[in-house]
Design a binder for this molecule. Sequence first.
Ligand code: SF4
Ligand code: SF4
Length: 448
Amino acid sequence: MREGSLEAPTRHPLDWENPDFYDEAKLDAEMRRVLDICHGCRRCFNLCDSFPRLFDLVDESANGELDTVASADFKKVVDACTLCDMCFLTKCPYVPPHEFNLDFPHLMLRYRAVEAKKKGIGAADRALAETDRNGKWATLISGAVNWATRRGGPMRGLEEKIAGVDKNAELPKYAAQTLEARAKANPLPRNAAGPGKARKIVLYATCYGDYNDTSIGMAALGVLARNGVETKVLNPHCCGMPKLEQGLIGEVADAARKVAAAFASYIDQGYDIVAPVPSCALMLKFEWPLILPNDESVKKLAAATFDLSEYVVDIAKKEGLAEGMQSIDGGVAFHMSCHSRAQNFGQKGAELLRLIPDADVAVVERCSGHGGAWGYKKGNFETAMKVGKPAMRQLDAVGKKHIVSECPLAGIHIEQGIESLAGDAPKPERVGHPIVLMARAYGLASER
Ligand code: SF4
Ligand code: SF4
């Protein structure tokens, strides 16, 4: 819920195809207008590192006002933004329709788009954002890749120098088989009499779900099949979030067109599209329609897309879930990720967990600090740990057996942060998504 405004926030389309969007003088004027409002307001002081950096710049300037802060220093503010959207969605009273018309995350995105156009993107950053290409080859040699990228491994110093990935950051592992291949090799029996028998979905595997942690997709397919839902798996293209982080809006638009085209005929046949990663669901539902507001396929896809937790809870509410779940051993500390919150649908992951008999769920709704690939880059990792510390401490303090975030990279980051906290109590076991625990409750195996 957003503070301080009675009207529902709206978000304007991104004007990225207008040459003015890239005009540096106009961008500077807009940065000064918005940052000055933020300096006067300061509500967002504890959300991330962008705002403290801004307020330090102002407080340490010659006259304590924004007009004596050098424009070159605005980059420090922009660089700390993970595009989590929390300032826009939970704090800011000045978002449209307010006359101040503030959209802080989209201004940070515009700054990055202008920089990307002017200077280009470094080879290492570009390589990191090519998640489809990386996933395709890395799954072929996953043993070697996982060995070479393991934390504390002998290659990490070199990788830090070449790829700009902080040597201390835990990185996602690659699967030996993609989700698409695994699902094909292990077809799951569908309970044709299940409560969701009238439903059919395409699971948008996503890069992370297809190439890294396939347990999430297998658990989702298992739970949905048990409930009678007809399922297919497709991974037509990355949603483009890693490119959005770098301001490559045109490339995100290309990704949107490709994915929307791949799903169009399924939507026409009555399939819902289900995304297991909140950032990817957010892209399909909200960001793409703001990037391509006149594209009918993108609009149609946005209307047909559900977040995985949202979808299972919807079945439970409308048709009820299939019987047969047993309680799981131990409680669950659930991290509500920023991109789940940004979908504005309540705590769907926690609702899903509470559908498991006798579930003991504690919810922590604070940013993990990670922000996608942003959080494991050299120069950002320390900040990501600092910003995430309060969430990590709270999730550890509730003393549950399991820990889970719907955001897979946040989950890995939180697990690493909790490991470093003092105390002799056993650390919680991380699972990849609440659906994995529900699959266990149904007695369905979903190892990685
Ligand atoms: S989008 Fe998130 S990281 Fe960026 S400024 Fe807003 S709260 Fe901070
Ligand atoms: S984004 Fe909005 S709420 Fe946050 S500091 Fe700026 S004006 Fe205030």
